[in-house]
Structure formats: C-alpha cells, structure tokens
Design a protein around this ligand. Sequence first.
Ligand code: AQP
Length: 327
Amino acid sequence: MPKLFSGIQPTGELHLGNYFGAITNWVELQQEHETIYCIVDLHAITSDYDPEVLRENSVNLATDLIASGIDPENSILFIQSEVREHVELQWIFNSVTSYGDLTRMTQFKDKSEKMDFVSAGLFDYPVLQAADILLYRASRVPVGEDQVQHVELTRRIARKFNSRFGEFFPEPEPIVGRGARIMSTADPERKMSKSDHDKHAIGLMEDEDSIWEKVKSAVTDPGKAKGDEMSPGVANLFTLLELTAPESTVEGFREDHREGNLMYIDLKEAVYENLMSEIRPVREKKEELMENRSHVEELLEKGKEKARKIASGNMEEVRKMVGVGPT
Ligand code: AQP
C-alpha cells in the first residue's frame, strides 16, 4: 500500500477548516494507504505559544483526531518531538534547500506580516515539514490548499538530495480533498485559521450556541439579483453545505440563488443544522475518550514506538549517504 504522511499543529482548537480540509480526508485515506499522522508540536513553537499548555494541547488534539475517526491501531499516530530524527533530517535538508525557494513561501509571508517578532524557525518551517514527510519516505500527503506549496518544496528537496547523494527519497504528491479551503465566516477573504482571532475560526468542539452565532452572523452581501455571481461569503456557506448536506438540499438552495430568491437566513439555518449533524457524533466520542485520557496517552506511546522504528532505520541510511555519524 502507498505510504502517506500528514501533520497538524497543536496550536489551538481544531476548526472546520482543519476538519474538512484535512481530517475527514485522513480518515478516508486510512482504507487504502499505510497512514502516518503526526501532531507537529515542533512547528507550533515557531510562533508565540505557552509551554505550559503545549503538551496538554498535543494530547487533546490526539483525542480530537481519534474522535474524528483516526484509528491508532491502523494508522501510526504520534507526537513529532518524540522522534528526534525529524530535526536531524531537517538540518541535513537545510543544506540542500535553496534560500531563494524559502523566500517564496506565501504562508511565511502571510504569517510574518502579522508578527512583531519573526523567528528563523518560522522561515525554516517548510524544511522541517519536508523532513517530517520524507523521514518516513511517504509518497502522498493529504493537505488543504494552503499547504500545497510546501509539498511542492518537499518534492524539490527530495530531488536535490537524490541527485546529490543518490536515489533515496520519493517525490511526494499532495492530495487535496473537497474542503480544501474553508474561509473565515467573519471575513471570507481570509482562510479560517486557529491562531487568528477567535471570530475567524469555528471550533469543532465549540459551544453549539456560539457556532450558531458565528454561522448566523456570517458575512454575505446585500442580496443578489437573478444570475448574479456568488459573493465569497455566500460561496463559503455553500462549501460548508456541500460538505455536510444531501445533494438534493444543496441543489434546492443553488436553484434559489440562480433565481435571485435565496434568503440567506434559510441558507445559514441549513448550514448550521447539517453541520451539527455531521460533527455531533465526533463531539460525543470526544467526551467518551476524555473520561479515559490515559488510554489516549498509551496509544500515543505505541505510535511513537512504531514511528521511531521507521525513522531510525531511514536515518541510518541517510547518515551513511551524507557521510555523518553515528551510523
Ligand atoms: N481554512 C482551511 N481550509 C482547509 N484546510 C485547512 N487547513 C488549515 N486551515 C484550513 C489544513 O489543516 C491541516 C492542519 O493545519 P495546521 O494546523 O498544521 O496548520 P495551518 O495550515 O497553519 O492551520 P491553521 O489553522 O491556520 O493553524 P495556525 O493558525 O496555527 O497556523 C493542513 O493540512 C492544512 O492545510
């Protein structure tokens, strides 16, 4: 089976962008791939964070992932910093990564613009991401649209390494699923994001009333006439509806929009109801899991052992090729 890797940062509550852009695909892809899913805590420290809550967030995120359908018996689920080879391979990759390529990463430009202190770690983040993927010699990487550029850089790093030291790494392909770009309901020109202000993300575990408030107050437009193009806010609501509602429901709303008869409050109610039907079982499962947190920690321990085994074998080969020790 093809090997697949993906990661997620424990930077805060999982939101609908992470859920539909990544997690639901991760769950499906478990069927036909050897899947490795990683909680990338070393990525999370590249921006401002609280050390007291980071470890807690990592276990919490693992609980969310299992509640969403990641099966730790079937997939390898682990915390990045528990496998030290990620950082070792990153350093080696730094030497085959073009500085010019890193300066072209749009996520760095977007994130750094909003920061007072911009760390070198944030700039080098895509190289650690390449190491995460290639340490397991994964050939597929499910991601949201915002991460495709990083996977392309990973391919270039693999190519450069292979041509310098010999054929070893695959050039991984991104897999972009249906909910690849969920926008903020408060500002549909920007993507939904964990570390942005709370109003720009709808949390998977957020209080139901608060979710309804955010959907109800989603930015739309003053109303459209027959045949007008969809505004970004309305298009975002349609994306959420398409991900959760039966096709016949979606088509009914599309028809109303085409005819210029769509009442946005009806659309918002449908989005909210279908969304809650999709995520309620995940929320219930999470509550169950929270009653036995040590079980989640045990599962992460097992995941760590499995990940370490693959990582140490591959790193041994890499060290030999590069001419550094220990072998
Ligand atoms: N808005 C989004 N729509 C679709 N997919 C998204 N993803 C993130 N936001 C959206 C996908 O979720 C996976 C995990 O992302 P991440 O936590 O590793 O980092 P990120 O892309 O930087 O996500 P955030 O929420 O914006 O986190 P912060 O604010 O902490 O940086 C990835 O596959 C991503 O594509």
